[in-house]
Design a protein around this ligand. Structure first.
Ligand SMILES: Nc1ncnc2c1ncn2[C@@H]1O[C@H](COP(=O)(O)OP(=O)(O)O)[C@@H](O)[C@H]1O
Ligand SMILES: [Mg+2]
Length: 228
C-alpha cells in the first residue's frame, strides 16, 4: 500500500565547511506513516531532519512537502510552511521559558492568526489529552522534564500539522518517562492524522513506530524494514 507523499528528501547533499554530513540521503514519508530514523551518532540524522523541516537548505538534492518542492523557496516561505504544515520537537523541548505551558502551546495558533480565546481552548484540550492540564499555568522551569516534553509534543501538534519531526525527543528523559511521552506523541499524532518521524538511538522507542530507517555516513541505508 502506498500512501500520498507528505515529506520527502531525494538525493540530498549537505556539508558544513569541510565536514560532509549528507551524501545523497533519500527518505519519503507518506500520510500518517510513523517512522523511526536510527543510526550512529554523526551519521547525519539531525542534518537530514533539518533539511526536511526546511531549517537548513541542502547543497543539492530536493525536498518536497506534500508533493511541492520546498528547498528552492526562500527562508521566509519555508518558515511559514513549517509553521502551517509541520510540528517539530527537539530533545530539550525548546519551550519559551518566560511563557506558561499553555501559552507555549497556544503560540503556533496565534502565529497563524487564530483568536487568543480559541487558541487557549484548543491548547487546553491537548494538554488535557496529554494529562498535563493541571500544570498548564506553570512555566517550563516549574514542571518536570516529562511534563515539559509533553507540552512540546502538544505545541508540535496543536495546529494539526501534516507531519511531526522529532529529534531524540525522549533523549533526556528516564526510561519510564520516555515511554509516557512517546506513547503520547504516537497516539496523538495518529489521532490527529499526522505522520511522524522520530530520530532515536533507542530500540524501545523504535518499537513504537511502524517503519525503521537506518542512516550510515550521510546516507539512508535501510529504508523499508517493517517492524510490525
Ligand atoms: N553545525 C554544524 N557544524 C559543523 N559540523 C556539523 C554541524 N552539525 C553537524 N555537523 C557534523 O555533521 C555530521 C552529521 O551530524 P548530525 O547530522 O548531527 O548527525 P547525527 O544527528 O546522526 O548525530 C557530523 O560529522 C557532525 O559532526
Ligand atoms: Mg543528532
Amino acid at each position: 500500500m502506498t500512501g500520498t507523499s507528505v515529506l520527502a528528501a531525494n538525493d540530498v547533499h549537505l556539508s558544513y565547511g569541510d565536514t560532509v554530513a549528507l551524501r545523497g540521503a533519500s527518505l519519503e514519508l507518506t500520510s500518517g506513516e510513523r517512522v523511526a530514523l536510527m543510526g550512529p551518532s554523526g551519521s547525519g540524522k539531525s542534518s537530514l531532519l533539518h533539511c526536511l523541516a526546511g531549517i537548513i537548505r541542502p547543497d543539492s538534492g530536493e525536498v518536497t512537502l506534500e508533493g511541492t518542492r520546498v528547498d528552492t523557496l526562500s527562508e521566509r516561505v519555508r518558515s511559514r510552511l513549517r509553521l502551517e504544515r509541520m510540528g517539530v520537537v527537539f530533545q530539550f523541548g525548546d519551550l519559551v521559558p518566560e511563557l506558561t505551558l499553555v501559552e507555549n502551546v497556544m503560540l503556533p495558533l496565534q502565529l497563524l492568526g487564530r483568536k487568543k480565546r480559541e487558541a487557549r481552548l484548543t491548547a487546553m484540550d491537548l494538554l488535557a489529552a496529554l494529562d498535563i492540564d493541571d500544570v498548564a499555568g506553570k512555566r517550563t522551569g516549574a514542571v518536570s522534564g516529562g511534563q515539559a516534553q509533553r507540552a512540546a509534543v502538544a505545541r508540535a501538534l496543536v495546529h494539526r500539522p501534516a507531519i511531526v519531526l522529532a529529534d531524540e525527543p525522549t533523549g533526556s528523559l528516564d526510561t519510564v518517562t520516555a515511554e509516557v511521552v512517546l506513547d503520547a506523541m504516537v497516539s496523538l499524532s495518529t489521532q490527529l492524522g499526522a505522520a511522524l518521524l522520530v530520530i532515536t538511538h533507542d530500540n524501545l522507542v523504535a518499537a513504537h513506530l511502524d517503519r525503521h530507517v537506518e542512516m550510515r555516513d550521510g546516507v539512508v541505508t535501510r529504508a523499508a524494514q517493517v517492524l510490525r
